[in-house]
Ligand binder design. Structure first.
Ligand SMILES: Cc1ncc(COP(=O)(O)O)c(C=O)c1O
Length: 381
């Protein structure tokens, strides 16, 4: 059997032993009645960590972002401004329009996950009777499609100053906000000080099976609790899930630095191969996501490379060409676009897994480079 290294996403992580233990042993109650002590403990803890008065445990990051938009944009005809590479815009089924009934306007995301604030100021609408009313700006930290980038604090401060002048709130999709805090070595509350609401995920880098929290003011969370009920996110003995999140805060958060170090090592190895078909930007490698770009010289598309990495050729398991062990290695990754592949590090990738992944990448990338030199079109084996 080939050895599998799964770097598709940090969502593939499974609950740890301590989480399973906590699931069985935590006190439970009906959370829709507000009576689950474990959920209540998690909500208090995460609110305090983020320096906001209240929090709400919800099933997913998508629901958390949707509820935030519904609450901030409760007036009909509201407009929400989001980045064009944001998860909210690209991957949430257009829920902001579909369910919340908002006009979604995009700003071009710059490579660092930010957007141009001068251009943003020109986007705000509402003074003219013909226009919708801009009611919310959403940002993403870390920014997934931009390669796990951490938004600069100064940019957030400038954004907040602009939004405050117009009383427009800021919502952060902080699915990986713990990674951002680790990278900047900042307390979470400092990281989100300029924002009105934050969605954090426990089911990504933190290894929990399910769960996110929406964090904000008491009034905001009261409204959010109503909206959660409406979209079917009211859970009963949800303490079995919240228990994992409480463990994650103590057990997994301190390990994020290791994921970041391993991601940097992977990026440096790829850069150090000096390939003409593949590039990686080590200078802007922040957290646990590594993006590999295919250059114009690359005869393969991202889909071909992802497929090839997930297969084991006969030559790989024989003679001098062996990647690693006799059975070979399957490396799972994802396509971001036709020229971009994403590798995601997480707490269930060990040093040995990383080493095997590097061996596999080296083998496959060199195989593709050889084909580029001989002008052969690449397809999976
Ligand atoms: C940046 C970002 N926001 C939100 C989500 C949505 O989270 P969920 O899958 O829990 O709905 C994801 C999921 O990967 C994400 O990467």
């Amino acid at each position: 059997m080939a050895y599998i290294v799964d770097m598709r996403s940090d969502t593939v992580t499974k609950p740890t032993k301590a989480m399973k233990h906590a699931m069985v042993n935590s006190a439970l109650g009906d959370d829709v009645f507000g009576e689950d002590p474990t959920v209540n403990a998690l909500e208090s803890k995460i609110a305090a960590m983020l320096g906001k008065p209240a929090a709400l445990f919800v099933p997913s990051g998508t629901m958390s972002n949707l509820i935030a938009i519904m609450v901030h944009c409760s007036k009909r005809g509201s407009e929400v401004i989001v980045g064009d590479k944001s998860h909210i815009f690209k991957y949430e089924q257009g829920g902001a329009a579909h369910v919340a009934g908002c006009l979604v306007t995009t700003m071009e995301n710059l490579p660092d996950g930010t957007f141009d604030l001068e251009k943003l100021e020109k986007k705000f609408r509402g003074s003219d009777i013909h226009e919708p009313i801009t009611s919310l700006v959403c940002i993403e930290n870390t920014h997934n499609v931009c390669g796990g980038k951490v938004l600069p604090q100064k940019w957030q401060q400038d954004l907040a100053a602009i939004c405050r002048k117009r009383s427009i709130p800021i919502h952060v999709d902080g699915a990986r906000i713990f990674n951002a805090a680790e990278y900047l070595n900042l307390p979470m509350k400092e990281l989100v000080q300029h924002c009105d609401s934050i969605s954090v995920c426990f089911s990504k880098s933190l290894s929990c099976p399910v769960g996110s929290a929406l964090v904000g003011s008491v009034h905001f969370i009261e409204q959010a609790r109503r909206m959660r009920k409406m979209v079917g996110g009211g859970m009963r003995q949800a303490g079995v899930l919240a228990a994992c999140a409480l463990v994650a805060l103590d057990e997994v958060v301190p390990q994020l630095a290791t994921d970041h170090k391993r991601a940097l090592r992977l990026a440096k190895v790829i850069e150090g191969m000096f390939l003409k078909c593949f590039t990686v930007d080590v200078q802007t490698q922040h957290t646990n996501i590594v993006l590999v770009r295919l250059t114009d010289a690359c005869p393969a598309r991202a889909g071909d490379v992802v497929q090839r990495l997930a297969q084991v050729s006969l030559e790989e398991t024989q003679g001098d060409c062996k990647t690693t062990n006799d059975e070979g290695v399957i490396l799972k990754s994802v396509i971001f676009d036709d020229r971009t592949i994403r590798f995601t590090l997480h707490c269930q990738i060990s040093d040995e897994d990383l080493w095997l992944a590097i061996m596999k990448i080296t083998y496959v990338f060199k195989e593709i480079e050889a084909k580029a030199t001989s002008n052969t079109r690449v397809s999976a084996v």
